[in-house]
Design a protein around this ligand. Structure first.
Ligand code: ADP
Ligand code: ASP
Ligand code: MG
Length: 408
């Protein structure tokens, strides 16, 4: 007998039939002798509807009330899931975030989970019940409901798995696992059987598709085993594990991309110690996530250029924050634009292998796609390109690295 946490995403709970299908999977695991705790997302589309309601209520919606509204989608799912389980003869009880309680920092919309008291969940498990926890939410220090970022139920699930010492965290979604590229974009994408946390961190895009980045980071730090699998099929999914468990380290295991990126270049930045830190400080203060930073070599005047990529939704705030440091420490000019995509090639096996980047640049050149910026880590090469070429680039790279299903 083992203890499992099972998380169901929005599509997997899209209607009553699907909730029953998901609950059936929990019942089957219990019948096989496992202890199961569940984390649920809002039903598909519900969170977007709740956000739209808040926008209609006020353009300057109070952040705490916003969270009070948008967190309710998960509460509905948790209650319905528990009702359906009980109807199947499985004792169950729903928990909102504050009822667990899951404690968070006070930043509404992007709160960090600071701790969880698992006592009540342990009591339910000891009583052979299934606790069904509403994902995406917690309670802040001022006793207000908080939410933890889009796709946040993945993080709730990993936090539960860690706190309950679960053997594995199963993340049920609408595809069979993690693929070598988004299967909606690349029809011949392959399902990956095993992927390392490090690679998954790079694959988990800023758009929080398949797995939320923060959930992967926590799973890596706490060594929580994750399985991503379909709630509609029966095959094994993708195991996300430590690098030491990876037998085969692919040179390129996957291609990831995110659209809705904005690029900002600061021209004529003084090339002196401390200048970059001072320029970026207002962004940190605003809580803006910088997705990519590239600095040029300095010219004869001792000046350099600095290119940043941020999410398009943060574009105006980023520009406003950078205005505050235009004079001191200063830059000569700013060039910026939206409509950019970031495309990344990822693989543990690229460490110490030459030629991976060259293939990327030649493939993009072959399609006439201009590269606006390049960054690399030891297991990833990322480029910024015009957004309209994102899908073309992903497909071409997928083929170039021999990843297409059926290719040798
Ligand atoms: P959920 O609602 O279950 O959390 P998400 O929409 O967050 O589901 O994530 C599943 C979706 O992620 C899939 O439908 C797929 O289109 C997309 N996706 C993007 N990249 C990948 C990838 N490399 N492998 C699998 N799915 C991916
Ligand atoms: N319902 C939230 C969202 O749509 C959280 C989640 O599904 O994980 O982002
Ligand atoms: Mg998701």
């Amino acid at each position: 007998m083992s203890r499992l946490v099972k998380k169901f995403g929005g599509t997997s709970l899209g209607d009553m039939e699907r909730i029953k299908n998901a609950a059936g999977r929990v019942k089957a695991a219990r019948d096989a002798g496992h202890e199961v705790a569940v984390a649920v997302s809002a039903m598909a589309g519900v969170t977007d509807q709740l956000i739209a309601l808040c926008d209609q209520a006020s353009v300057l919606c109070d952040a705490a009330e916003f969270d009070t509204v948008v967190s309710t989608g998960e509460q509905v799912s948790a209650g319905l899931f528990a009702i359906v389980l009980r109807d199947m003869g499985v004792p169950a009880r729903s928990f909102t975030g504050w009822q667990v309680p899951i404690h968070t920092s006070p930043e509404h919309g992007t709160a960090q989970i600071s701790g969880i008291d698992a006592t009540a969940l342990e009591e339910r498990l000891a009583a052979r019940e299934v606790p069904v926890v509403a994902g995406f939410q917690g309670i802040g220090p001022d006793r207000r409901v908080t939410t933890i970022g889009r796709g946040g139920t993945d993080l709730t699930a990993v936090v539960l798995a860690d706190a309950l010492g679960a053997e594995r965290c199963d993340i049920y979604t609408d595809v069979a696992g993690v693929y070598s590229a988004d299967p909606r974009v690349v029809r011949r994408a392959r399902k990956i059987d095993m992927i390392s946390y490090e690679e998954m961190l790079e694959m988990a895009s800023v758009d929080a598709k398949v797995l939320q980045r923060r959930a992967v980071a926590l799973a890596m730090a706490r060594q929580v085993r994750i399985q991503v699998l379909s709630s509609f099929g029966d095959g094994p999914g993708t195991l996300v594990v430590g690098e030491d468990e990876m037998v085969e380290k692919e040179k390129v295991s996957g291609i990831a991309f995110s659209r809705d990126v904005a690029q900002i270049t600061l021209l004529g930045v003084k090339d002196q110690p401390g200048v970059v830190a001072a320029l970026l400080k207002p962004l940190v203060e605003e809580g803006i996530n910088i997705d990519l930073i590239v600095q040029n070599v300095s010219n004869e005047e001792g000046e350099t250029d600095l290119t940043l990529a941020v999410k398009s939704v943060d574009f105006e705030r980023t520009k406003a924050a950078l205005e505050r440091v235009r004079e001191e420490p200063g830059y000569r000019d700013i060039k910026s634009g939206v409509g950019i995509a970031k495309v990344s090639v990822i693989g543990l096996g690229m460490r110490g292998h030459a030629g991976i980047a060259q293939t990327m640049f030649e493939t993009l050149a072959g399609k006439g796609i201009n590269i606006k910026a390049i960054t690399t880590s030891d297991i990833k090469i990322s480029v910024l390109i015009a957004s309209e070429y994102a899908e073309l680039a992903v497909r071409a790279l997928h083929t170039a690295y021999g990843l297409d299903e059926g290719a040798a």
